[in-house]
Design a protein around this ligand. Structure first.
Ligand code: PLP
Length: 562
């Protein structure tokens, strides 16, 4: 029976399908990949998120390279089924009604995972409340706390109204959904007819909750002033008496911190890579924090030509991703041909979008991520002369960029503009640069499979995990990356890719150029079979491990059924 499902997965964003723009980036992609693997593994999971009628935003770049944001409405009725139940919550003394829509994630074995997308656009609500579930990550603090209350409190109430009575675990993918713990506490209190929160109730709620944290810096954690929280959440006297549940120990901040709330209400907490868990333990010394390294969903991210190759050489690669270790026996020619087919598809995409003709035979680097300072999108350009030199030795270079800046992040928008403005100058030195508009799932798949090397230059320890390099690895595309996030675990130097070393003096660009000049270019241009061997090991060592099948099995063993 559908409603006997045991695990409820909550996330502010979920990338359900390339045609459904209900995600902003890595967090949403991870949520989608998690659920896709859950469906493949036939796990008894259901999921809750918000509808995001108008998506995150569609990125447009004008002639000067400046980013503009457009609403990104989508055809809800085409993909979703409206559900009957309506639930109600009180926000700042207003009654807000919530309905939901159902999306089915199909597993390979024919089992589905239902995803419920909450929607406040119903007639009974005020005009303002009707827009609460329209857009992802926009609006001020007040808007955000209302959205998060709809997700956490409205989400639990909706699952109950849909008939889910057997839920034993509630998984919070980041702190946005932590108000679900508040609702579970309310359930306990009314069950026991109590007006206070006692240890037994806390214990009961903690048994049910699992929290995955994604943010390596304190500033990244959501918090709201206590005054606002009281105003919006209203009658929760027992809860607001227990400030230890949502503030740091011995340090009154007069804020309700969503990360502390999630930490304090969960029996199991994890970071998304080994290094990230270490960093999180320093931030939250009073909590035990495990690590389960992220993955990606192989069936979603392996491109067509690679899928055909795997079908031929790796029986059951999709059903059980561990089988990808067998990629070591794929012959050079076959692997190269499949890669070139993917590169050809990317070149077609590029010429259609920009008119720029990329060559199949020139070393091509890919860089796609949110345009923001810590990702250091311009590190590659720190020493132009050196880069020109390298391009000369390589017989040219092709650079493909993509990524959105957060609408409020002008610095990020300047990064994009700067890169676009360098094009003409670089073209004279044999370096082609394109910046592709509107980075999304569809474009990501072209990029991670079609470039030759995947570049990543975050400022450590800011990259909690990173997943795009894992997608590249699955497609036989090795990474050249700073040792941070997952790459600390995934990099075997010269075997699965290359590390950009980060000496404390900030000479990271030097290491980047050295690796390009001394390792990558000679292998790509002169010792192709050695380059292909690295591609093969990217699949065998990293594709077989950094996938959401392995990740879900770890959640199952450690978090869900402990
Ligand atoms: C995979 C992916 C991301 C996350 O990639 P990172 O390496 O974590 O930056 C973001 N956006 C899209 C569209 C993706 O496909």
């Amino acid at each position: 029976m559908e409603t006997l499902r045991k695990i409820a997965y909550f996330s502010m964003e979920i990338a359900l399908d390339a045609e459904i723009p209900t995600y902003a980036g890595g967090l949403g992609i991870l949520a989608g990949d998690t659920l896709r693997a859950g469906a493949d593994l036939r796990l008894p999971v259901c999921a809750v998120t918000l509808l995001h009628r108008k998506g995150y935003f569609r990125q447009r770049l004008d002639d000067s390279g400046w980013q503009f944001e457009e609403e990104d409405p989508w055809d809800i009725e085409k993909y979703l089924t409206p559900m009957e139940p309506r639930v109600k919550l009180t926000l700042d003394e207003r009654e807000v009604w919530v309905r939901c829509w159902r999306y089915e994630i199909e597993g390979q074995m024919g089992d589905n995972i239902p995803v419920y997308l909450l929607d406040t656009d119903v007639e009974e609500n005020s005009e303002w409340d009707r827009h609460l579930t329209d857009r992802l990550y926009l609006g001020d603090h007040y808007f955000r706390i209302c959205q998060e209350a709809v997700l956490g409190i409205g989400g639990v109430r909706m699952l109950r109204a849909l008939g889910y009575e057997q839920l034993a675990r509630f998984h919070m993918n980041e702190g946005h959904s932590a108000f679900l713990g508040l609702e579970l506490l309310d359930e306990e209190m009314s069950l026991r007819g109590s007006e206070e929160i006692d240890d037994a109730m806390l214990h009961a709620v903690r048994r049910k909750c699992v929290f995955t944290t994604h943010t390596p810096v304190p500033a990244g954690h959501d918090q709201f002033s206590l005054e606002m929280a009281r105003k919006v959440l209203g009658h929760h006297e027992a809860f607001f008496k227990r400030r230890d549940l949502f503030e740091p120990v011995k340090c009154a901040t007069d804020c309700l911190n969503m990360t502390y709330l999630a930490l304090n209400l969960s029996h199991y907490v994890n970071g998304v890579a080994k290094r990230h868990a270490e960093v999180s333990r320093l931030m939250f010394a009073d909590h035990e924090i495990d690590s389960i390294t992220n993955g990606v969903h192989a069936g979603t991210w392996v491109c067509q030509s690679m899928q055909s190759l795997f079908e031929k050489w790796i029986p059951d690669w999709k059903l059980d991703n561990f089988n990808m270790r067998s990629s070591l026996s794929i012959p050079d020619d076959d692997l190269w041909r499949a890669h070139q087919a993917a590169k050809n598809d990317l070149c077609d995409y590029i010429v259609n979008e920009t008119g720029e003709q990329f060559s199949l035979d020139v070393l091509t680097l890919g860089f796609a991520r949110r345009a923001t300072s810590y990702k250091r999108p311009k590190l590659l350009f720190e020493n132009k002369e050196w880069l020109f030199e390298i391009a000369k030795k390589a017989g040219g270079l092709q650079l493909v960029f993509a990524g959105k800046a957060h609408p409020g992040d002008d610095l990020g928008k300047f990064f994009i503009q700067d890169i676009i403005r360098m094009r003409a100058d670089f073209a004279e030195h044999g370096i082609k640069i394109v910046y592709l508009e509107n980075y999304d799932m569809k474009l990501a798949k072209y990029l991670v499979s079609g470039v030759d090397v995947w570049l990543n230059t975050p400022q450590p320890p800011m990259e909690a995990s990173g997943t795009s390099g894992m997608k590249a690895a699955l497609n036989g595309v090795p990474s050249l990356s700073v040792l941070d996030g997952w790459w600390i675990e995934g990099c075997v130097e010269g075997v699965t890719g290359w590390a950009i070393e980060c000496p404390s003096g900030g000479r990271d660009a030097r290491s980047l150029y050295e690796k390009l000049e001394q390792q990558i270019v000679p292998l790509y241009c002169e010792r192709r079979h050695e380059f292909i061997n690295i591609m093969r090991h990217a699949i065998a060592l990293n594709g077989s491990f950094f996938n959401t099948q392995r990740m879900m099995l770890q959640y199952l063993a450690r978090a869900y059924f402990l």
